[in-house]
Design a protein around this ligand. Structure first.
Ligand SMILES: *Cc1c(COP(=O)(O)O)cnc(C)c1O
Length: 372
């Protein structure tokens, strides 16, 4: 019996992985993204299940995340997508992690390190095709020449990342694809063809943007069961996934307060009538966005109950007037579905003015994890 916990369905995660594979087809490698502790689903458990399901690659953000997976017995190829600092280089080699290189200077440095070790080290090269964050921004010619000169590296992957993958009202994605193709073609003319060509993540797969599938895709959010809503004239989503995580807590107290009573820090809510107030063991320390104050909901006994007053560190208060059966100790669904009523990460994000990624990654350490 916990006060606050998440229930994660590894079967649903596996089903989502296979749904992604179905959309991209046999010839495309699927590298699920397990950064940020698998969007708080637990990277070790998720990686082991994906390994069982036949995955060949997973991707993480930094070397430490990769080391955790290796030490837990994961034998898959592990792509480290974020940039690495000099002190993280040794771990890459020691734990057989495959880094993404983000500049031609770093490519040269990593090549020198491989030479000093007298080894050929695998890596992927990332292009900044318009995201304006990590990645090589040199000309196609300079890029291809640097790859050719790195004789102790096996550049087995060429990647880029889209800034507006679910926004179909802009030409940014098409422009990014064109810049990527340009570099790939220039490299090809010099006889270099990285076998793993990857551009797309969840939205690219979900909306079936086939010209960006390349030979590898990097889905994160879709593996966890979400598709970011599109903007503009989007194609019909092709991907069938469902959320794998449900977030639960309990009613620690119920009390009746009179009309006109104030509730919570700053007295931001005042009852309009006699109110059955539920106090739930979940607060912003657990990851409930503070922005849900007077805006969010929870599900109690199959009914939506509004969050009233400010979200505090350890507690939220909810209006139970519409939930006749509620009793102290009852389970409260903070995120998920119950009896056909839905309040998921996308709904929370919309209410809190944030994105579903941030809601999932915000689930705190105090929240226990149960695999079902
Ligand atoms: C996080 C990340 C992904 C996964 O993105 P989703 O939208 O969650 O599928 C893919 N590639 C890179 C470089 C990332 O940082």
């Amino acid at each position: 019996m916990y006060r606050i916990w998440v229930e994660i369905s590894l079967d649903q995660l596996a089903a989502n992985y296979h749904a992604v594979r179905l959309v991209v087809g046999e010839g495309v490698v699927v590298a699920p993204v397990l950064k940020a502790d698998a969007y708080r689903h637990g990277s070790v458990e998720v990686a082991h299940r994906l390994q069982q399901e036949g995955a060949q690659w997973v991707a993480v953000s930094n070397a430490e995340e990769g080391v955790v997976l290796r030490e837990s017995g994961i034998r898959l190829r592990i792509l480290v997508m974020g940039d690495f600092l000099p002190h993280e280089r040794d771990a890459l080699v020691e734990y057989s992690l495959t880094p993404v290189i983000h500049s031609l200077e770093r490519l040269k440095e990593y090549d020198r390190m491989a030479e000093a070790l007298d080894r050929i080290l695998p890596c992927h090269l990332k292009l900044d095709t318009g995201m304006g964050r990590l990645g090589v921004r040199a000309t196609p010619q300079q890029t291809a020449e640097s790859v050719a000169a790195a004789r102790h590296l096996y550049v087995e992957g060429l990647m880029t990342h889209f800034a507006s993958a679910s926004d179909f009202s802009t030409s940014q994605t098409a422009e990014q694809i064109a810049r990527y193709e340009d570099v790939l073609q220039t490299m090809g003319q010099m006889g270099i063809q990285p076998p793993l060509q990857h551009l797309g993540s969840s939205a690219t797969i979900a909306y079936g943007i086939r010209q960006a599938f390349g030979t590898m895709v990097r889905p994160g959010l879709a593996i966890y069961g979400y598709i970011t809503p599109s903007k503009g004239a989007a194609p019909q989503p092709e991907l069938n996934v469902l959320p794998a995580l449900t977030w639960k807590s309990r009613l620690v107290e119920i009390k009746e307060i009179p009309e006109g009573a104030q509730v919570g820090y700053g007295a931001t809510w005042r009852t309009q009538r006699t109110t059955r107030l539920g106090i739930v063991a979940a607060g912003y320390a657990d990851g409930i966005p503070h922005a849900l104050s007077n805006r969010g909901q929870v599900i109690v006994d199959g009914y939506l109950a509004p969050i009233v007053g400010a979200v505090s560190m350890d507690l939220i208060t909810v209006d139970l007037n519409g939930v006749p059966p509620a009793r102290v100790g009852d389970t409260v669904t903070l995120l998920g579905r119950e009896n056909g009523v839905r309040w998921d990460a996308e709904d929370i994000a919309a209410a809190a003015g944030t994105i579903s990624y941030s809601v999932l990654c915000g689930i705190g350490n105090r929240v226990k994890r149960v695999y079902v």
